[in-house]
Design a protein around this ligand. Structure first.
Ligand code: 26W
Length: 815
């Protein structure tokens, strides 16, 4: 489906006229963006039709990825690249007087996710479509995405993210696919011809209206669907001409309460907190998604018995785990199946991915809340729990003491991870280490009962977005060296190894990195007014702000360097620019203090003429996918320094590696596998191991105060927090100080300090030898093929879902 530049220009001016009533010379960059969007939509729509038609007629198994978050990033660049129109569009726009970059920059980032978990979902959709696999996303169309972050006086301030303020060019509202979701009310149990039936009365009725977004594959004919649900009120049951004032106000209350459901995305908190509205969101997503799948299924197949043969449902963490009781409800109450049959079908259809072992992030819901909001669902969960506990009692006598820890309902709470494990056929972790921790520690008794369910699928990232689109000069250089097969088979990147020591290739790699650094330096100056030295080491820490991710450890290293330079202004060191980007959950006090500490440290250094010659700190506000795309290609050093055992996988680590940055990191999450691939010489690891951390947690033998007392460097750094040298307000950083000392430093910042500083020293020595450094860099790129989400998705496809590629046949007229 190719388009000449001439045809592109023609379509552009026609569309511009019909949509905006404007001539090309008068169009704004935003109007140009919308116009290109419409051209692409038309092309995509044909393929979309073909894809749907093929899936319908060939009756192969399909997968639905249920997730409360999809962090898509901008889609125009993806759609241009995928349809092979990038160059045409670039040239066409230029000839019409526009700049492609500027036009692409008009697109709003749909911030429908917090971090990795949502970004992973987006990478998975990209890989599914690119591998011609029949797989779709199911999520919520939040009116407001994750808040926009502003830094005011060094502090984070949150502003609403109204990403829909301009029409979103990629979505289509599908009113005809609307379904109803019911909340509250009572259940009446009646016996009808020997069978118990459950009648739901006095419920609140919510309309779920889907908005579909096309998900295109890389230069193929596949266009899958991301379906996002929006909550709307129904006016059908109200008669405006007859209602009195009181009813009218009731109606407004009702309307308001319904629309709240898809109003905003919950920010991740420091710990999991159950709130009614969030539970409503979860059930809304699950019920709407399932009803719609089942409706379509029944149009295509004679019996729901075929469900597990034709459909797999993957739940992204426990957030959509109500899929299990909801599918049971539909099969029992609507399809009139027996409990046993319904349970068999459900547990052969649903698969669960676990993304965290941190106990405070594991979801539980109060029984009373679920009972009131979802009375029928509660009855079903209760029954699942009864049967599960009975099974444990009878079939696993050795686990009888464990039952209270394994029950789905205990102490007035519903444990969603337990429900998800019991009600699914597959439970996967997201990196080897994480899966081992699940099996041997956090979910150990479940592993004893269901060993066959547990498996690992190490996360991945789409190399198309994170290399091909984010770093075109590097992509071209790679293609120049090894040909272009790596684009379709990222494992082929391994052939770059033979150039790792090649002086000419190294020089080119260095050139690309330098150009990217210069571009980032320019961007930083434009955004913040700070002038950074583009010849310094770019040392980057970008991710959500959380205690376990230890941005604090990084700051401590910086404050330590500060002291060293003050002591010895002539200290011989390679200048470094430390770049941070992170959002803190609005209610997470400690995390916000860490942001303030970073910005305060940045200001202090900027004001010091001696220190600022050697180090600089930059905090880039409003970290999101688009910002990550700017920063990662320009990075020398990737900070992956979580407390071992806490980061399930991480995917930022993979994006940096793919762009030739060197990791400094703990043996946590996927870092372990990165090290396995590149070898210990090409990554700087340090600190406690996961085993050490888990052992300390059990033995309670760690004393942060002893470390503080025993290390003068730490004392000097810590003292800066409270002695007025960083802030006139002497309580400003006291909380951080006491978290580390009085609260015994939950994340082992002090414990790992020494070994972190040592690793940083080694890293600097390595950087001083450009040939060695570049060799490491190229080695990292060469091994990054394993971390393509194409590999991850192929594993899910064959080992969990049993789905296969489908070649889309063209039924519509293509040009
Ligand atoms: C307590 C902090 C916290 C809050 C929420 C931890 C985890 C969560 C989510 C429930 C789960 C989550 O976001 N996990 C992340 O999932 C990514 C994709 O698999 C992993 O790469 C990250 O390591 C993991 O933290």
């Amino acid at each position: 489906m190719s388009l000449s530049v001439q045809e592109f220009r023609q379509q552009f001016s026609d569309k511009l006229m019909t949509t905006f009533g404007k001539k090309v010379e008068k169009a704004t960059p935003f109007e140009a963006f919308q116009t290109v969007g419409l051209i692409l939509r038309e092309l995509l729509n044909r393929k979309w039709q073909d894809t749907k038609g093929t899936y319908r007629s060939n009756s192969q198994k399909q997968v639905y990825y249920f997730s409360m978050e999809f962090l898509l990033g901008r889609l125009m660049i993806t759609n241009l690249l995928n349809s092979g129109l990038l160059e045409t569009c670039k040239q066409g726009l230029e000839e019409l007087g526009f700049n492609l970059e500027e036009v692409l920059g008009q697109e709003q980032d749909p911030g429908l996710g917090n971090g990795d978990l949502g970004r992973l979902a987006a990478c998975f959709l990209d890989s599914l479509a690119s591998l011609e696999l029949p797989g779709h996303g199911c999520g919520i169309r939040y009116k407001y995405g994750l808040f926009q972050q502003k830094i005011v006086d060094g502090n984070q301030v949150e502003l609403p993210d109204y990403w829909l303020k301009n029409e979103y060019v990629w979505e289509t509202k599908r009113l005809d696919q609307t379904v109803e979701v019911h909340f509250g009310g009572e259940i009446e149990t009646v016996e009808e011809s020997g069978r118990l039936t459950f009648k739901h009365h006095h419920y609140e009725k919510v309309l779920a209206v889907p908005y579909d977004i096309p998900v295109s594959g890389y230069q193929n004919h596949t266009v899958n669907t991301l379906r996002l649900w929006s909550a709307e009120s129904t006016t059908n049951d109200f008669h405006f001409y007859s209602i009195d004032r009181k009813d009218y106000y009731h109606y407004l209350d009702y309307k308001r309460s319904v629309e709240q459901i898809s109003e905003f995305l919950y920010p991740d908190d420091s710990s999991y907190e159950g709130r009614l509205l969030r539970l409503k969101q979860q059930y809304f997503l699950v019920s709407a998604g399932l009803q719609c799948i089942l409706r379509e299924f029944k149009n295509s197949y004679p019996s729901v018995d075929l469900l597990p043969e034709k459909i797999a449902i993957q739940i992204n963490d426990t957030h959509p785990s109500l899929v299990i009781p909801e599918l049971m409800r539909l099969l029992l109450d609507q399809e009139q199946l027996s409990w046993e049959k319904a349970w068999e079908l459900t547990t052969r259809t649903v698969a669960y991915t676990n993304h965290t072992t941190m106990s405070e992030a594991l979801e539980t819901w109060p029984v009373d809340m679920v009972k009131t909001l979802l009375p029928r669902i509660y009855m079903i969960i209760h029954e699942i729990n009864e049967r599960f506990c009975r099974h444990l009692w009878l079939a696993h006598p050795t686990l009888r003491d464990e039952i209270k820890h394994m029950a789905i309902i205990s102490y007035g709470q519903i444990h969603m991870a337990h429900l998800a494990i019991v009600g699914s056929y597959s439970v996967n972790g997201v990196a080897k280490l994480h899966t081992d921790i699940l099996k041997n520690s956090v979910m150990k008794p479940f592993y004893t009962v269901f060993p066959e369910k547990f498996n690992n699928k190490t996360n991945g990232i789409t190399h198309r977005r994170w290399l091909l689109m984010a770093n075109p000069p590097l992509a071209s250089l790679i293609t120049e060296a090894i040909g272009e097969t790596w684009v379709r088979e990222p494992k082929q990147l391994i052939t770059l190894l033979k150039y790792a020591g090649d002086a000419a290739f190294q020089e080119k790699i260095a050139g690309v990195k330098q150009a990217n650094k210069t571009a980032l330096a320019k961007y930083i100056q434009e955004r913040t007014g700070i002038r950074v030295d583009d010849r310094s080491i770019f040392d980057v820490h970008i991710k959500r702000l959380h205690g376990y991710k230890r941005q604090l450890l990084n700051v401590f290293h910086i404050l330590h360097l500060y002291e060293m330079i003050r002591d010895n202004p002539n200290m011989d060191m390679v200048p470094r620019t430390f770049i941070f980007g992170a959002k803190a959950a609005p209610g997470y006090h400690f995390a916000k203090k860490v942001i303030k500490l970073i910005t305060t440290t940045a200001a202090k250094i900027a004001a010091d003429p001696i220190v600022r010659e050697k180090i600089r700190v930059v905090f880039l506000e409003n970290y999101n996918v688009s910002l990550a795309e700017q920063i990662i290609p320009a990075t020398d050093v990737s900070e992956q320094i979580s407390t071992a055992s806490k980061e399930a996988s991480g995917t930022g680590n993979m994006k940096f590696m793919l762009n030739g940055a060197i990791t400094i990191g703990t043996l946590d999450g996927a870092n372990v596998e990165i090290r396995e691939m590149v070898g210990p010489d090409n990554i700087f690891t340090f600190g406690l191991t996961a085993e050490d951390v888990l052992a300390y947690q059990l033995s309670r033998m760690y004393r942060s105060r002893d470390v503080y007392n025993g290390d003068q460097r730490i004392r000097r750094v810590m003292d800066q927090l409270v002695n007025g040298s960083l802030s006139n307000d002497d309580v400003e950083f006291k909380d951080i100080y006491y978290t580390l000392l009085s609260n015994n430093d939950e994340y082992f910042v002090l414990k790992d300090f020494d070994s972190y500083v040592e690793a940083q020293d080694l890293l600097e020595q390595a950087y001083r030898q450009p040939t060695e450094w570049l060799k490491k860099s190229i080695t990292n790129i060469a091994h990054s093929g394993k971390f393509s989400s194409d590999r991850t998705i192929s594993e899910y496809a064959s080992e969990i879902w049993d789905i296969h590629p489908v070649t889309i046949s063209s039924t519509t007229q293509s040009r």
